[in-house]
Design a protein around this ligand. Structure first.
Ligand code: URA
Length: 433
Protein backbone atom coordinates (compact mmCIF):
# COMPACT_ATOMS: atom_id res chain seq x y z
CA UNK A 1 0.00 0.00 0.00
CA UNK A 2 1.05 3.59 -0.55
CA UNK A 3 -0.03 6.51 1.63
CA UNK A 4 -0.22 8.65 -1.51
CA UNK A 5 -2.97 6.40 -2.96
CA UNK A 6 -4.95 6.42 0.30
CA UNK A 7 -4.85 10.23 0.51
CA UNK A 8 -5.86 10.57 -3.14
CA UNK A 9 -8.73 8.10 -2.77
CA UNK A 10 -10.19 10.01 0.18
CA UNK A 11 -9.50 13.38 -1.46
CA UNK A 12 -11.61 12.24 -4.44
CA UNK A 13 -14.46 11.07 -2.19
CA UNK A 14 -13.72 7.33 -2.26
CA UNK A 15 -14.35 4.84 0.52
CA UNK A 16 -11.30 3.50 2.35
CA UNK A 17 -11.18 -0.21 3.13
CA UNK A 18 -10.66 -1.57 6.66
CA UNK A 19 -7.20 -2.75 5.55
CA UNK A 20 -6.21 0.70 4.28
CA UNK A 21 -7.35 2.37 7.51
CA UNK A 22 -5.56 -0.20 9.67
CA UNK A 23 -2.40 0.15 7.56
CA UNK A 24 -2.47 3.95 8.01
CA UNK A 25 -2.89 3.78 11.80
CA UNK A 26 -0.19 1.09 12.21
CA UNK A 27 2.25 2.99 10.03
CA UNK A 28 1.59 6.31 11.73
CA UNK A 29 2.05 4.91 15.25
CA UNK A 30 5.30 3.20 14.17
CA UNK A 31 6.58 6.51 12.79
CA UNK A 32 6.69 5.16 9.23
CA UNK A 33 4.13 7.64 7.90
CA UNK A 34 5.22 11.26 8.22
CA UNK A 35 3.05 13.96 9.80
CA UNK A 36 2.59 15.77 6.47
CA UNK A 37 0.90 12.74 4.91
CA UNK A 38 -1.18 12.03 8.02
CA UNK A 39 -2.34 15.66 8.10
CA UNK A 40 -3.21 15.57 4.39
CA UNK A 41 -5.39 12.52 5.08
CA UNK A 42 -7.03 14.23 8.09
CA UNK A 43 -7.86 17.23 5.89
CA UNK A 44 -9.27 14.95 3.16
CA UNK A 45 -11.41 13.24 5.86
CA UNK A 46 -12.46 16.66 7.16
CA UNK A 47 -13.83 17.64 3.72
CA UNK A 48 -15.07 14.27 2.45
CA UNK A 49 -16.26 12.69 5.72
CA UNK A 50 -16.39 8.94 6.29
CA UNK A 51 -19.10 6.32 6.10
CA UNK A 52 -20.13 4.60 9.34
CA UNK A 53 -18.11 1.54 8.21
CA UNK A 54 -14.98 3.64 7.68
CA UNK A 55 -15.54 5.47 10.99
CA UNK A 56 -15.95 2.13 12.77
CA UNK A 57 -12.74 0.78 11.22
CA UNK A 58 -10.86 3.95 12.21
CA UNK A 59 -12.23 3.78 15.77
CA UNK A 60 -11.29 0.12 16.20
CA UNK A 61 -7.82 0.78 14.73
CA UNK A 62 -7.30 3.63 17.25
CA UNK A 63 -8.58 1.38 20.07
CA UNK A 64 -6.18 -1.42 19.06
CA UNK A 65 -3.16 0.86 18.60
CA UNK A 66 -2.04 0.33 22.22
CA UNK A 67 -2.91 -1.60 25.37
CA UNK A 68 -6.46 -2.73 26.04
CA UNK A 69 -7.40 -2.47 29.71
CA UNK A 70 -8.72 -5.50 31.53
CA UNK A 71 -10.95 -4.67 34.48
CA UNK A 72 -11.89 -8.28 35.18
CA UNK A 73 -10.46 -7.78 38.70
CA UNK A 74 -13.30 -5.35 39.41
CA UNK A 75 -16.50 -6.94 40.71
CA UNK A 76 -19.80 -5.91 39.16
CA UNK A 77 -20.91 -3.81 36.21
CA UNK A 78 -18.75 -0.82 35.26
CA UNK A 79 -20.33 2.29 33.83
CA UNK A 80 -18.52 5.26 32.29
CA UNK A 81 -19.62 8.74 31.30
CA UNK A 82 -17.87 10.97 28.80
CA UNK A 83 -18.45 14.52 27.67
CA UNK A 84 -17.35 15.78 24.25
CA UNK A 85 -15.94 18.86 25.97
CA UNK A 86 -17.36 22.11 27.25
CA UNK A 87 -16.86 25.18 29.42
CA UNK A 88 -17.68 24.94 33.14
CA UNK A 89 -18.51 21.27 32.64
CA UNK A 90 -17.79 19.68 36.01
CA UNK A 91 -20.49 17.00 35.71
CA UNK A 92 -18.07 14.06 36.03
CA UNK A 93 -17.14 15.21 39.55
CA UNK A 94 -20.79 15.08 40.59
CA UNK A 95 -22.22 12.23 38.56
CA UNK A 96 -19.59 9.55 39.16
CA UNK A 97 -19.70 9.57 43.01
CA UNK A 98 -23.52 9.54 42.88
CA UNK A 99 -23.51 6.42 40.73
CA UNK A 100 -20.74 4.75 42.74
CA UNK A 101 -22.63 5.44 45.99
CA UNK A 102 -25.50 3.41 44.53
CA UNK A 103 -23.46 0.29 43.89
CA UNK A 104 -22.40 0.74 40.25
CA UNK A 105 -18.64 0.68 39.73
CA UNK A 106 -16.92 3.63 38.06
CA UNK A 107 -13.38 2.96 36.81
CA UNK A 108 -12.82 6.23 34.99
CA UNK A 109 -10.07 7.45 32.70
CA UNK A 110 -10.35 11.19 32.21
CA UNK A 111 -8.52 13.80 30.19
CA UNK A 112 -6.95 17.18 30.74
CA UNK A 113 -8.16 20.49 29.34
CA UNK A 114 -8.18 20.68 25.57
CA UNK A 115 -8.20 24.02 23.75
CA UNK A 116 -10.85 26.21 25.36
CA UNK A 117 -12.45 23.25 27.19
CA UNK A 118 -11.62 22.10 30.74
CA UNK A 119 -10.59 18.59 31.80
CA UNK A 120 -11.53 16.47 34.83
CA UNK A 121 -7.93 15.57 35.65
CA UNK A 122 -6.85 19.23 35.91
CA UNK A 123 -9.84 19.85 38.18
CA UNK A 124 -9.06 16.92 40.48
CA UNK A 125 -5.43 18.02 40.70
CA UNK A 126 -6.64 21.20 42.40
CA UNK A 127 -7.15 18.97 45.47
CA UNK A 128 -3.83 18.75 47.36
CA UNK A 129 -2.13 15.35 47.14
CA UNK A 130 -4.69 13.86 44.71
CA UNK A 131 -2.91 11.32 42.48
CA UNK A 132 -4.24 10.81 38.95
CA UNK A 133 -1.46 8.44 37.91
CA UNK A 134 -1.84 5.24 39.92
CA UNK A 135 -0.86 1.65 39.10
CA UNK A 136 -3.59 -0.57 37.68
CA UNK A 137 -3.70 -2.96 40.69
CA UNK A 138 -4.21 -0.04 43.11
CA UNK A 139 -6.78 1.51 40.75
CA UNK A 140 -8.76 -1.76 40.76
CA UNK A 141 -8.50 -2.01 44.57
CA UNK A 142 -9.90 1.51 44.98
CA UNK A 143 -12.76 0.79 42.57
CA UNK A 144 -13.55 -2.44 44.45
CA UNK A 145 -13.41 -0.79 47.89
CA UNK A 146 -14.79 2.71 47.30
CA UNK A 147 -16.77 2.05 44.11
CA UNK A 148 -14.94 4.71 42.12
CA UNK A 149 -11.49 5.83 41.00
CA UNK A 150 -10.62 8.48 38.41
CA UNK A 151 -7.21 8.47 36.75
CA UNK A 152 -5.56 10.13 33.76
CA UNK A 153 -5.21 8.39 30.45
CA UNK A 154 -2.36 5.96 30.49
CA UNK A 155 0.41 6.70 27.91
CA UNK A 156 0.00 3.30 26.26
CA UNK A 157 -3.77 3.60 25.84
CA UNK A 158 -4.78 4.45 22.25
CA UNK A 159 -1.42 6.05 21.30
CA UNK A 160 -2.74 6.67 17.77
CA UNK A 161 -5.18 9.17 19.25
CA UNK A 162 -2.46 10.97 21.14
CA UNK A 163 -0.48 11.46 17.91
CA UNK A 164 -3.47 12.30 15.75
CA UNK A 165 -4.96 14.68 18.28
CA UNK A 166 -1.78 16.75 18.50
CA UNK A 167 -1.68 16.85 14.70
CA UNK A 168 -5.34 17.83 14.34
CA UNK A 169 -4.92 20.53 16.93
CA UNK A 170 -2.44 22.38 14.71
CA UNK A 171 -3.94 21.59 11.29
CA UNK A 172 -7.52 22.84 11.84
CA UNK A 173 -8.97 19.32 11.67
CA UNK A 174 -10.34 18.89 15.21
CA UNK A 175 -13.99 19.52 14.40
CA UNK A 176 -14.48 16.62 12.00
CA UNK A 177 -17.15 14.11 12.94
CA UNK A 178 -15.32 10.85 12.06
CA UNK A 179 -12.11 12.15 13.64
CA UNK A 180 -13.91 13.11 16.88
CA UNK A 181 -15.78 9.79 16.99
CA UNK A 182 -12.63 7.72 16.49
CA UNK A 183 -10.70 9.82 19.02
CA UNK A 184 -13.27 9.60 21.81
CA UNK A 185 -14.58 6.11 21.18
CA UNK A 186 -11.11 4.72 20.36
CA UNK A 187 -10.05 5.67 23.90
CA UNK A 188 -13.32 4.66 25.58
CA UNK A 189 -13.35 1.23 23.95
CA UNK A 190 -9.74 0.57 24.97
CA UNK A 191 -11.00 0.72 28.58
CA UNK A 192 -13.07 -2.18 29.85
CA UNK A 193 -16.49 -0.75 30.73
CA UNK A 194 -19.88 -2.39 30.21
CA UNK A 195 -22.00 0.75 29.68
CA UNK A 196 -21.16 4.26 28.46
CA UNK A 197 -23.28 7.40 28.75
CA UNK A 198 -22.16 10.22 26.45
CA UNK A 199 -22.83 13.89 27.03
CA UNK A 200 -22.59 15.37 23.53
CA UNK A 201 -22.31 19.13 23.78
CA UNK A 202 -23.74 21.45 21.18
CA UNK A 203 -23.41 25.19 20.62
CA UNK A 204 -20.83 27.96 20.76
CA UNK A 205 -18.70 26.29 23.45
CA UNK A 206 -18.73 22.84 21.83
CA UNK A 207 -16.74 21.33 18.96
CA UNK A 208 -20.05 20.72 17.16
CA UNK A 209 -21.89 24.02 16.86
CA UNK A 210 -25.33 22.85 15.64
CA UNK A 211 -27.81 20.38 17.13
CA UNK A 212 -27.97 18.49 13.81
CA UNK A 213 -24.20 17.94 13.75
CA UNK A 214 -24.20 16.98 17.43
CA UNK A 215 -27.01 14.48 16.84
CA UNK A 216 -25.04 12.91 13.98
CA UNK A 217 -21.99 12.75 16.26
CA UNK A 218 -24.03 11.15 19.06
CA UNK A 219 -25.63 8.61 16.70
CA UNK A 220 -22.26 7.57 15.28
CA UNK A 221 -20.71 7.13 18.75
CA UNK A 222 -23.69 5.18 20.08
CA UNK A 223 -23.72 2.94 17.00
CA UNK A 224 -19.99 2.18 17.17
CA UNK A 225 -20.13 1.55 20.93
CA UNK A 226 -22.94 -0.95 20.34
CA UNK A 227 -20.93 -2.63 17.56
CA UNK A 228 -18.19 -3.10 20.19
CA UNK A 229 -20.69 -4.77 22.54
CA UNK A 230 -21.26 -1.84 24.93
CA UNK A 231 -24.59 -0.59 26.24
CA UNK A 232 -24.76 3.01 25.06
CA UNK A 233 -26.79 6.16 25.44
CA UNK A 234 -26.10 9.82 24.58
CA UNK A 235 -27.68 13.05 25.75
CA UNK A 236 -27.31 16.11 23.52
CA UNK A 237 -26.93 19.09 25.80
CA UNK A 238 -26.65 22.83 25.43
CA UNK A 239 -23.22 24.45 25.44
CA UNK A 240 -24.38 27.83 24.16
CA UNK A 241 -23.77 28.94 27.76
CA UNK A 242 -21.33 27.63 30.34
CA UNK A 243 -22.63 25.02 32.76
CA UNK A 244 -23.15 26.48 36.24
CA UNK A 245 -21.39 29.68 37.28
CA UNK A 246 -17.82 28.49 37.87
CA UNK A 247 -15.16 28.22 35.16
CA UNK A 248 -11.67 27.20 36.35
CA UNK A 249 -10.32 24.26 38.27
CA UNK A 250 -10.73 24.79 42.03
CA UNK A 251 -13.78 27.02 41.45
CA UNK A 252 -15.38 24.11 39.58
CA UNK A 253 -14.49 21.56 42.26
CA UNK A 254 -16.16 23.81 44.86
CA UNK A 255 -19.27 24.17 42.67
CA UNK A 256 -19.35 20.38 42.17
CA UNK A 257 -19.18 19.90 45.96
CA UNK A 258 -22.07 22.36 46.42
CA UNK A 259 -24.06 20.38 43.83
CA UNK A 260 -23.34 17.16 45.71
CA UNK A 261 -24.78 18.95 48.77
CA UNK A 262 -27.94 19.75 46.80
CA UNK A 263 -26.95 23.39 46.76
CA UNK A 264 -25.63 23.75 43.20
CA UNK A 265 -26.82 25.80 40.23
CA UNK A 266 -30.06 24.56 38.66
CA UNK A 267 -28.64 23.79 35.21
CA UNK A 268 -25.71 21.81 36.58
CA UNK A 269 -27.93 19.91 39.02
CA UNK A 270 -30.47 19.10 36.27
CA UNK A 271 -27.82 17.70 33.94
CA UNK A 272 -26.06 15.74 36.69
CA UNK A 273 -29.31 14.08 37.77
CA UNK A 274 -30.12 13.20 34.15
CA UNK A 275 -26.68 11.74 33.44
CA UNK A 276 -26.49 9.77 36.71
CA UNK A 277 -30.02 8.45 36.14
CA UNK A 278 -29.06 7.28 32.64
CA UNK A 279 -25.96 5.54 34.00
CA UNK A 280 -27.99 3.64 36.60
CA UNK A 281 -30.68 2.84 34.07
CA UNK A 282 -28.13 1.37 31.62
CA UNK A 283 -26.74 -0.66 34.52
CA UNK A 284 -30.28 -2.02 35.03
CA UNK A 285 -30.72 -0.66 38.54
CA UNK A 286 -34.46 -0.09 38.01
CA UNK A 287 -36.97 1.83 35.91
CA UNK A 288 -35.98 5.32 34.81
CA UNK A 289 -38.16 6.83 37.58
CA UNK A 290 -36.68 4.51 40.23
CA UNK A 291 -33.15 5.37 39.12
CA UNK A 292 -33.92 9.10 39.28
CA UNK A 293 -35.33 8.72 42.81
CA UNK A 294 -32.18 6.83 43.86
CA UNK A 295 -29.99 9.61 42.45
CA UNK A 296 -31.88 12.31 44.35
CA UNK A 297 -31.73 10.27 47.54
CA UNK A 298 -27.97 9.77 47.19
CA UNK A 299 -27.53 13.56 47.02
CA UNK A 300 -29.96 14.45 49.81
CA UNK A 301 -28.69 11.76 52.18
CA UNK A 302 -25.07 12.91 51.71
CA UNK A 303 -24.02 9.45 50.41
CA UNK A 304 -22.70 10.87 47.14
CA UNK A 305 -20.58 13.55 48.84
CA UNK A 306 -19.23 10.97 51.26
CA UNK A 307 -18.24 8.70 48.34
CA UNK A 308 -16.45 11.60 46.67
CA UNK A 309 -14.48 12.33 49.87
CA UNK A 310 -13.61 8.61 50.23
CA UNK A 311 -12.30 8.50 46.66
CA UNK A 312 -10.19 11.59 47.29
CA UNK A 313 -8.67 10.01 50.45
CA UNK A 314 -8.06 6.72 48.61
CA UNK A 315 -6.22 8.53 45.80
CA UNK A 316 -3.93 10.35 48.23
CA UNK A 317 -5.83 13.63 48.41
CA UNK A 318 -7.04 15.51 51.44
CA UNK A 319 -10.70 14.48 51.59
CA UNK A 320 -11.24 17.03 54.33
CA UNK A 321 -11.16 19.71 51.62
CA UNK A 322 -14.24 18.06 50.07
CA UNK A 323 -16.11 18.28 53.36
CA UNK A 324 -14.74 21.79 54.03
CA UNK A 325 -14.32 23.45 50.61
CA UNK A 326 -13.52 26.79 52.27
CA UNK A 327 -10.01 25.30 52.56
CA UNK A 328 -9.36 25.84 48.82
CA UNK A 329 -7.13 28.93 48.65
CA UNK A 330 -8.37 31.96 46.73
CA UNK A 331 -6.29 33.46 43.95
CA UNK A 332 -4.04 36.38 44.87
CA UNK A 333 -5.94 38.86 42.71
CA UNK A 334 -9.57 39.32 41.71
CA UNK A 335 -11.26 41.65 39.25
CA UNK A 336 -14.91 42.49 38.60
CA UNK A 337 -16.06 42.67 34.98
CA UNK A 338 -18.82 45.27 34.69
CA UNK A 339 -21.67 45.54 32.20
CA UNK A 340 -21.05 48.35 29.69
CA UNK A 341 -24.77 49.03 29.10
CA UNK A 342 -28.24 48.23 30.41
CA UNK A 343 -29.90 45.25 28.77
CA UNK A 344 -30.39 41.51 28.57
CA UNK A 345 -27.58 39.08 28.00
CA UNK A 346 -28.91 37.82 24.69
CA UNK A 347 -26.26 35.18 24.00
CA UNK A 348 -22.68 34.37 24.82
CA UNK A 349 -19.86 32.94 22.77
CA UNK A 350 -19.07 30.22 25.28
CA UNK A 351 -15.77 29.41 23.59
CA UNK A 352 -14.76 33.05 24.26
CA UNK A 353 -15.49 32.54 27.98
CA UNK A 354 -13.31 29.41 27.91
CA UNK A 355 -10.48 31.33 26.24
CA UNK A 356 -10.87 34.15 28.77
CA UNK A 357 -10.46 31.67 31.64
CA UNK A 358 -7.42 30.21 29.86
CA UNK A 359 -5.89 33.70 29.69
CA UNK A 360 -6.27 33.95 33.48
CA UNK A 361 -4.14 30.81 33.91
CA UNK A 362 -6.86 28.15 34.27
CA UNK A 363 -5.75 26.28 31.13
CA UNK A 364 -2.70 25.77 28.96
CA UNK A 365 -1.60 27.82 25.98
CA UNK A 366 1.32 25.43 25.38
CA UNK A 367 1.75 21.82 26.49
CA UNK A 368 4.36 22.93 29.03
CA UNK A 369 2.19 25.54 30.80
CA UNK A 370 1.51 24.91 34.50
CA UNK A 371 -2.11 25.42 35.51
CA UNK A 372 -3.05 27.95 38.16
CA UNK A 373 -5.70 25.96 40.06
CA UNK A 374 -7.32 29.00 41.67
CA UNK A 375 -7.60 30.95 38.39
CA UNK A 376 -10.92 31.30 36.64
CA UNK A 377 -14.22 33.09 36.42
CA UNK A 378 -17.33 33.16 38.63
CA UNK A 379 -20.26 34.31 36.52
CA UNK A 380 -22.69 36.67 38.21
CA UNK A 381 -25.10 36.87 35.26
CA UNK A 382 -25.96 34.43 32.50
CA UNK A 383 -27.86 34.37 29.21
CA UNK A 384 -31.38 35.74 29.71
CA UNK A 385 -30.50 37.90 32.75
CA UNK A 386 -31.18 41.65 32.73
CA UNK A 387 -28.29 43.81 33.98
CA UNK A 388 -27.74 47.53 34.45
CA UNK A 389 -24.66 49.38 33.25
CA UNK A 390 -21.96 48.93 35.93
CA UNK A 391 -23.44 45.70 37.34
CA UNK A 392 -20.92 42.94 37.87
CA UNK A 393 -21.11 40.35 35.08
CA UNK A 394 -18.36 38.16 36.49
CA UNK A 395 -15.52 38.05 38.99
CA UNK A 396 -12.15 36.93 37.59
CA UNK A 397 -9.39 35.30 39.64
CA UNK A 398 -5.70 34.99 38.84
CA UNK A 399 -2.23 34.94 40.33
CA UNK A 400 -1.19 37.45 37.65
CA UNK A 401 -2.86 40.84 37.77
CA UNK A 402 -1.77 41.70 34.21
CA UNK A 403 -4.07 38.93 32.86
CA UNK A 404 -7.22 40.84 33.74
CA UNK A 405 -7.10 43.35 30.85
CA UNK A 406 -6.92 40.78 28.00
CA UNK A 407 -9.18 38.28 29.80
CA UNK A 408 -11.92 40.81 30.53
CA UNK A 409 -11.75 42.21 26.97
CA UNK A 410 -12.21 38.66 25.62
CA UNK A 411 -15.06 38.08 28.07
CA UNK A 412 -16.90 41.28 27.15
CA UNK A 413 -16.46 40.60 23.43
CA UNK A 414 -18.08 37.20 24.01
CA UNK A 415 -21.10 38.68 25.85
CA UNK A 416 -23.83 39.90 23.49
CA UNK A 417 -26.25 42.40 24.99
CA UNK A 418 -29.66 43.41 23.63
CA UNK A 419 -32.94 45.07 24.55
CA UNK A 420 -35.20 42.00 24.37
CA UNK A 421 -35.00 38.88 26.49
CA UNK A 422 -33.83 35.85 24.46
CA UNK A 423 -36.02 32.78 24.10
CA UNK A 424 -35.28 30.28 26.89
CA UNK A 425 -33.62 27.11 25.59
CA UNK A 426 -33.86 23.67 27.21
CA UNK A 427 -30.62 22.27 28.60
CA UNK A 428 -31.16 18.70 27.41
CA UNK A 429 -32.02 18.87 23.73
CA UNK A 430 -32.24 15.23 22.75
CA UNK A 431 -31.45 11.67 23.74
CA UNK A 432 -29.94 9.01 21.46
CA UNK A 433 -30.39 5.44 22.68
N1 URA B 1 -12.29 14.98 22.83
C1 URA B 1 -11.44 14.04 22.36
O1 URA B 1 -10.89 13.26 23.11
N2 URA B 1 -11.22 14.00 21.04
C2 URA B 1 -11.79 14.83 20.15
O2 URA B 1 -11.55 14.71 18.97
C3 URA B 1 -12.67 15.82 20.67
C4 URA B 1 -12.92 15.87 22.01
Amino acid sequence: MRMYDIIRKKRDGGLLSDAEIQWFIDGYVKGEIPDYQASALCMAIYFRGMSIEETTALTFAVRDSGDRLDFSGIDGLRVDKHSTGGVGDKTSLVVTPIVASLGVKVAKMSGRGLGHTGGTIDKLEAIPGFRTDIPTAEFEDIVNNVGIAIVGQNATLAPADKLLYALRDVTATVDSLPLIVSSIMGKKLAADDDCIVLDVKTGSGAFMKTVEDSRRLAEAMVEIGKRAGKKMCALITDMDRPLGFAIGNSLEVIEAIETLKDNGPDDLAELCVALATRMLYLAEKGTYQECEAMVRDSIISGKALDTFAKMVYAQGGDGDWILHPEKFPSAKYSYEVKAERDGYIVSVDTEGYGVSSLLLGAGRNTKEDVIDSAAGIMLKAKTGDFVKRGDTLAVMYSEREECFAPASARFLAATRMGDAAPEAMPLILDTVE
